[in-house]
Design a protein around this ligand. Structure first.
Ligand code: G6P
Length: 372
């Protein structure tokens, strides 16, 4: 009913708007300055966490994109090797797992069959499993050795939004926890990240407050039949998520690529007018990546692409090269997906609405897929 939607036209819009609150709730009360957090359920000891020598992350759909971001953060903060794998593929190869492997299963619903079967396979190989889920008491957390719940609240729209942002927050917390429990090498950085994380809800709010141009752009692109999304580092999973949202909602052929791969194939797809959405890395710190993405932008522009950039506030280099720039506030690079994902959600939602599609119940999709 309209009341349940709080006056929003679709649940998806309501859930996009709830993201600052959802992220704040997911972070609240969980971190001290050393990084270690209080897990909701834990049936493994600190020693078990210290014994971990390898991490696998398994998930599907949008949750998989959260996992891809987590890989960058966990490797950087803990120096543990991390692999991310689509849950549906995981047990069908022969992954190397033992009791010092930590498998992180990310599932909003906690009931996705592919993810559950990956978890069960990991357990038969004696690996430890930590679940990140939005659904208290669901099957995946119940069968895991440790659980951190996201606190997004019920997500109704099939296309995931606030669940993603809270999964990202939870992944950062798990990364900090692993770093803390295992003896932090970057104590200063961890304390800074904890502080920066707690500032992200306000920054997400700022992103949301500046979305009218993104909505106008989406309406203007209602006749586009395809779009490419490119990014690097943690911007790569954001690009994949932007493309997934367009597929799910606008039924458009949308593909995400690692920007460095453009030259190895996808650049042949660019024709005059092809929309290319670029998730631009921060010009600070990792400025080499920024330079490389600017080169990518020049390459696609030279072939006639219509380029939409999501860039960091104050990035004066990018704007002259692109057709449209969406600025998001500054955050440490690893946390940037918490902000950069938001305009892409809004873009897909508005474009699909302009096409007249059912936003909350896209065709052929289910909120939770409980078959393999
Ligand atoms: C379905 C939903 C997606 C979701 C995926 C994984 O495909 O439509 O939005 O990302 O399942 O769901 P989970 O509940 O495991 O996070």
């Amino acid at each position: 009913s309209a009341a349940e939607k709080d006056g929003y036209e679709y649940f998806m819009l309501k859930e996009i708007a709830e993201q600052p609150r959802a992220v704040a709730d997911t972070l609240r009360g969980r971190t001290g300055t050393t990084g270690e957090i209080t897990l909701d359920e834990v049936r493994m000891s600190d020693q078990d966490f210290r014994d971990v020598d390898k991490v696998f992350i398994v998930a599907c759909g949008t949750s998989y994109h959260a996992g891809m971001v987590a890989k960058y953060a966990i490797e950087h903060w803990t120096r543990l090797p991390v692999e991310v794998e689509l849950a549906s593929e995981f047990r069908y190869r022969d992954p190397v797992l033992d009791r010092s492997t930590l498998v992180i299963a990310i599932s909003q619903s906690g009931e996705t069959m592919d993810t559950l079967m990956a978890l069960r396979h990991a357990k038969t190989q004696k690996a430890r499993v930590l679940a990140i889920s939005n659904t208290v008491g669901s099957t995946i957390p119940r069968e895991s050795d440790a659980v951190l719940y996201t606190r997004a609240g019920i997500e109704v729209a099939v296309a995931s939004t606030k669940a993603l942002l809270t999964q990202l927050a939870a992944c950062y917390l798990v990364g900090l926890h692993l770093a803390g429990v295992r003896g932090v090498k970057y104590a200063d950085e961890v304390a800074a990240v904890v502080a920066e994380l707690s500032a992200t809800p306000d920054k997400i709010e700022q992103v949301l407050a500046a979305m009218e141009p993104v909505r106008a752009l989406a309406r203007d692109m209602v006749d586009a039949d395809r779009a490419l999304f490119i990014g690097r580092h943690v911007g790569y999973p954001v690009a994949l998520e932007g493309a997934l949202k367009l597929k799910e909602l606008a039924y458009m052929h949308a593909e995400g690529f690692a920007a460095g791969e453009l030259k190895h194939g996808p650049i042949s797809l660019i024709e005059p007018g092809t929309p290319v959405v670029v998730v631009v890395p921060s010009p600070r710190g990792r400025s080499i990546l920024h330079d490389k993405v600017v080169s990518n932008i020049q390459e696609v522009k030279a072939r006639g692409a219509r380029v939409i950039a999501v860039a960091e506030e104050g990035d004066v280099v990018v704007a002259p090269h692109v057709d449209h720039t969406v600025f998001v506030p500054r955050v440490p690079t690893l946390l940037a997906p918490l902000l950069a994902a938001v305009p892409l959600q809004v873009f897909a939602c508005e474009l699909a609405a302009a096409k007249g599609h059912d936003i909350d119940q896209p065709r052929n999709l289910a909120k939770s897929v409980t078959v393999e």
